[in-house]
Design a binder for this molecule. Structure first.
Ligand code: FES
Ligand code: FE
Length: 381
């Protein structure tokens, strides 16, 4: 039972155990990470037929590959014979098939079982039925989104509408031309913290004045601590020439970005594991891979106009700003992770009024976990 906050303006957080208990993490894997649309890889990570990547989604390893028809397919990375992990590499390219290293069952790029030793001793074996188990796939905004659920939720309402609402409209999303942008830089962070701490940190700006000196220079209203949740549809106004580590001019406005979007910053959280930042000259996409109760790998992509990459323009001042922000944020998350198992945090902490929207995230987590009794007891906002 959570102790009631001592002041009417404070809301309770989740208890510390929600961030450290392996059983809590397993439940979140089952009911959240494996049940939601999960942004797995960039479409450009699978450039050719036979390109593949493996990723961890909840408790499962997933194999993503591009077929000869150019469609991306996703499979449980489990051999249908005796369950060996089929592909053990993180990325690469195969010519036309994946062969299990155990008894050499071989699967085509569409997942069909194409050959197996002694197949002639099994006449009439249904090669599709014994093919790899498929996973729902959508390609959107230049990324491959997958859902491990048998009956995935609506992609439109749980992903597309969320982004459109934050940016003001569906047209506003497409103004950035995200699916035609090129990868300017990718940095992977291995964060010793629970994924929910990373989400909660990303959602609030109460910490901005304390830990983000460079960011508050570029976005002065962030120093007030309100911006992240109050700028829905309008974005935050930039106080410098560019979204760069020293405020200097950036890379030049993306072709579709409108006057209203120019010199503005938009931040979108797509639960459970994607953050998108949009500024006039580039887009930053974070994908989180929760690997354990206390470990989250974050892949962060800086997407820029393809001409910027083709011309070899130096993007480091643009990248350095948010790279510093990321490191500052993840340090804070790791500092919190230490406290989550303390006996004094067993009942959780409190949310101040400018963080109340984090209560909505906690409510979402609890509702996804199917714990209405905790909602009814008023343990969360
Ligand atoms: Fe894969 Fe036997 S477990 S071929
Ligand atoms: Fe931050």
């Amino acid at each position: 039972m959570t102790t009631a906050p001592s002041h009417p303006s404070l809301l309770p957080t989740l208890p510390g155990s929600a961030y450290v208990d392996p059983a809590a993490h397993a439940a979140e894997c089952e009911h959240i990470l494996e049940a939601s649309w999960f942004c797995a890889v960039a479409s450009t990570d699978l450039p050719d037929a036979g390109s593949f990547r493996t990723v961890t989604v909840g408790r499962e390893s997933v194999l993503l590959t591009r077929s000869r028809d150019r469609a991306v397919r996703a499979f449980f990375n489990v051999c249908r014979h005796r369950g060996a992990r089929l592909c053990t590499e993180e990325s690469g390219t195969v010519r036309r098939s994946f062969q299990c290293p155990y008894h050499a069952w071989t699967y085509g790029l569409d997942g069909t079982l194409v050959s197996a030793p002694h197949l002639s001793s099994m006449p009439g074996l249904d090669r599709t039925a014994h093919g790899l188990r498929t996973i729902a796939v959508r390609e959107w905004l230049g990324y491959v989104w997958i859902c491990l659920a048998d009956d995935p939720p609506s992609f439109e309402t749980t992903v597309e509408d969320v982004v459109a609402e934050r940016l003001g409209s569906r047209e506003a999303v497409h103004a950035y031309g995200i699916d035609r942008l090129a990868l300017g830089r990718r940095i992977t962070y291995d964060v010793a913290a629970n994924w929910k701490l990373v989400v909660e940190n990303f959602m609030e700006c109460y910490h901005c004045a304390t830990i983000h000196p460079e960011l508050t220079e570029v976005l002065p209203e962030f120093a007030g601590g309100y911006a992240a949740q109050t700028n829905v549809g309008q974005g935050a106004v930039m106080g410098t020439e560019g979204f760069t580590v020293d405020g200097s001019a950036g890379l030049g406005r993306l072709p579709g970005v409108t006057e209203e979007q120019d010199r503005r910053y938009f931040a979108v959280t797509i639960a459970p594991q994607v953050f998108v930042n949009l500024v006039p000259d580039h887009v930053i996409v974070h994908r989180m891979f929760p690997l354990a109760a206390d470990r989250t790998v974050v892949e962060c992509d800086w997407l820029v106009d393809p001409e910027v990459v083709a011309a070899g323009v130096d993007v480091s001042r643009s990248v350095e700003l948010f790279d510093r922000v990321n490191r500052q944020d993840f340090d804070a998350c790791e500092r919190c992770q230490h406290g989550m198992s303390s006996r004094v945090y067993a009942d959780g902490g409190v949310l101040v009024p400018t963080e109340h929207h984090i209560g909505a995230f906690h409510h979402w987590v609890r509702s996804m976990l199917g714990r209405p009794e905790e909602l009814a007891e008023g343990l969360v906002a």
